[in-house]
Write a protein that binds this ligand. Sequence first.
Ligand SMILES: Nc1ncnc2c1ncn2[C@@H]1O[C@H](COP(=O)(O)OP(=O)(O)OP(=O)(O)O)[C@@H](O)[C@H]1O
Ligand SMILES: [Mg+2]
Length: 361
Amino acid sequence: MDAPLLLTRDPLLLDEVARLAAAAGARPHATDDVAGALRAWSTAPVVLVGVDLAPQLARLGPDRRGQVHVVALDDVGPAGLRTALELGAESVLAVGAAPGRLTEVLTDLGEGRASPGRTIAVVGGSGGAGATTVACALGQVAAATGTSLVVDLDPLGPGADRVLGLERAAGVRWGSVAETTGRLSSRALREALPRREALGVLGWAAGRAESLDPGAVREVVSAARRGHDTVVVDLPRVLDATTAEVRARSDLVVVVVSATVPGVTAAARLCDRLVAEAGGEGGLGEAGGVALVVRGRALTASEVTRATGLPVLAVVPEVRRLREWCDLGLGPVHGRRSRLARPMGEVLGAVPAPLRTGATP
Ligand SMILES: Nc1ncnc2c1ncn2[C@@H]1O[C@H](COP(=O)(O)OP(=O)(O)OP(=O)(O)O)[C@@H](O)[C@H]1O
Ligand SMILES: [Mg+2]
């Protein structure tokens, strides 16, 4: 990996960061030259700004970029937090108090991910529209070209792990994942989840349907994105703080619409709310948006668009033996010639996966 940039004049902080970095297999390029740090600012894979020199750097007004972290031995206090905000830092890492978080940042870097994976949230326009099926099918099709993860956020649904035939696979479920505090390592999460080859699933332990803390969901989705090329979230049909966290962090929100008059009527209501929440941006703007997948052909795509005001990315046909394949643990996309493969490819094509830089699945 390219060396992380470390800007500090504090010898104790320098020692501590260097020690932790070595444990993560990284050797930071350390400097106390603020102007020099500004020159390397845009090219370093991660920038660690010592709290001692952070105010000086902030005064130079560096461009916003990802993977900037303010590092300190202890708590930085309100002034330090303000400086971190000015720098657009992702986090403040108190390496003395919580050394693990810096290790995780650097470990993630070692995985070589240039940018987080694409994230697609799927929600049913009406009950039973086929949202869980679409979420699982997207995960399966995406797994053909990279790592993918289906996150099941609907505690009352059939279970994405069951639909994908992974309900008996070893690995962690929501209960234990949500209890993990602090920044989750993307690698640790990916390796702990039930998976079959490139496809993983985060589901619910049998008999547990607890509500999740929005902060925990944010952490998990963020770690999932850092560790996978594609993350698909199966959302319940509720507009609460937890699902809002996910929608706000998704490149695309897909509403699965049953092509019937009641299905479209219900979906149109949901779409209005989602579009209002996204600041009036329907369709596929540069920052993603809300779009539809239509199940069935009783109404045409243009009729559905007229009723909802949103574009249709794909139409999924009724697949006769779908339930049978899911019962057999094969998932909704059964083989390359599955009738769901092409429509799912059309949805994924609307949100291209970010480039990876040499990561191994
Ligand atoms: N394209 C399809 N062809 C045939 N059957 C389908 C299709 N999509 C979904 N189904 C079936 O319809 C039922 C509901 O599907 P699914 O669970 O995916 O819907 P949902 O929108 O997630 O429902 P819920 O409101 O319970 O979350 C399931 O039995 C599923 O197998
Ligand atoms: Mg569902």
